[in-house]
Design a protein around this ligand. Structure first.
Ligand SMILES: CC(C)(COP(=O)(O)OP(=O)(O)OC[C@H]1O[C@@H](n2cnc3c(N)ncnc32)[C@H](O)[C@@H]1OP(=O)(O)O)[C@@H](O)C(=O)NCCC(=O)NCCS
Length: 352
């Protein structure tokens, strides 16, 4: 297969957005005047920085470079927007639910990348910004035009609500979002603790039965997350999509059944191949009819016990910053915040 590296041959079929040297010089507070002699040293490092896209597919070599950038960007486990089989298939197929734009450095190396992926199960898009650790000081200057380019493609592909996620998102990502017209949306904490906990659940639980429990589990999820529509809106298609993934194991989807109905569940996920082995409390919820009886506590204890039994030495989960009940539950179980992700959102109109 012909290798098309980033920065080489991008003009062949790809739309060139523009060189951004001048924008860096003009926008950076305290930066020397454009073209002044004193600016040469500073600017020489960005002289060949160029933006490309938006495109609706990546070739194999470009996809490989994006995966490499993701590792240089220092993404944490549990938040890997690129690299899995689904991403490889969709980014490489010309799928109209995929869009990307990127920046290369002087040597043609990929240094910044923005993508948007439309959820197959609902009409929203998830956008991601990857930036090389060495280029973090330019996050806003690189990220904003790339995101704007990708949003234009989203408009051409039917538009919709777009959520930009930033792992450990700080002020620079907020600046990217603001410049591209996005509003702050969610705050998501990643919490972790070592396993095993030494605790064991005392309530009877059973494994999820595929083909039997889907509808009831979705109903409990909807009722429990009524105040968090992003999570409460899980549909059968979304559930089945996740159940089709390689990590899915019904034995790790623990159900509490009381009086013949699902009272709550703890769905766990093993990050197969991670070292040390990380186990996630993927979804935990208790039907409001059964809240406040320590069932949530028991389910998390059982989920962590299950993960430890499969060899996980780190327990991990994501929780919304405003979910005080869950935060209190996890803190009592020894979880600590290890990272905070933020999201911003906008709705893109359909364009031609
Ligand atoms: C979070 C949730 C699972 C807790 O389940 P629960 O069975 O009601 O909780 P428990 O009775 O086991 O309580 C466990 C601890 O949670 C905390 N807690 C529970 N409800 C709380 C509330 N409304 N406010 C503050 N703390 C609360 C308490 O610290 C409690 O421990 P304590 O009684 O020893 O102090 C449940 O509220 C739920 O399903 N919420 C919606 C879904 C959700 O947010 N899931 C977590 C996503 S990350």
């Amino acid at each position: 297969m012909t290798r098309t590296a980033f920065g080489q041959g991008c003009h062949l079929g790809f739309r060139f957005v523009g060189r951004c040297l001048v924008e860096f010089a003009a926008r950076s507070p305290g930066s020397p005047e454009r073209g002044s002699a004193g600016s040469l040293g500073r600017l020489s490092s960005v002289v060949a920085m160029a933006l490309y896209g938006p495109v609706d597919r990546l070739d194999d070599a470009q996809a490989a470079d994006v995966v490499t950038l993701a590792s240089r960007a220092g993404l944490a486990i549990g938040h890997t927007p690129v690299g899995d089989e689904d991403w490889a298939r969709r980014s490489g197929s010309g799928d109209d639910g995929f869009g990307a734009a990127w920046a290369t450095g002087a040597d043609g190396k990929l240094v910044a990348y923005v993508q948007a992926l439309r959820s197959p199960a609902d009409p929203s898009w998830s956008a991601e910004l990857l930036i090389d650790a060495d280029e973090r000081s330019r996050t806003a200057d690189l990220g904003a035009p790339l995101l704007s380019a990708v949003l234009r493609l989203v408009g051409q592909h039917g538009g919709g609500t777009v959520h930009l996620w930033a792992a450990g998102g700080g002020p620079a990502h907020a600046e990217v979002a603001a410049r591209a017209g996005l509003e702050p949306h969610r705050t998501l904490h990643q919490m972790s603790r070592p396993l095993p906990t030494g605790l064991h659940s005392s309530v009877p639980l059973r494994a999820f039965v595929v083909g039997q429990d889907e509808e009831q589990a979705l109903e409990v999820n909807r009722r429990a997350f009524a105040d968090h529509p992003d999570q409460g809106g899980m549909t059968l298609a979304m559930l089945e999509e996740r159940m089709a993934e390689p990590w899915f194991d019904p034995a790790g989807f623990l159900i509490s059944e009381i009086d013949g109905r699902i009272a709550g569940f703890c769905w766990t996920k093993l990050f197969l191949g991670s070292d040390p082995l990380v186990g996630e409390i993927h979804v935990i919820c208790v039907d409001p009819d059964f809240a406040g009886r320590r069932l949530g506590h028991e389910l998390v204890v059982a989920g962590l016990d299950h993960l430890a039994g499969r060899g996980a030495t780190i327990g991990m989960l994501f929780v919304e910053g405003d979910n005080t009940a869950a935060l209190a539950l996890y803190e009592r179980l020894g979880f600590e915040i290890t990272r905070t992700d933020r999201s911003w959102t906008t709705t893109v109109a359909t364009s031609t």
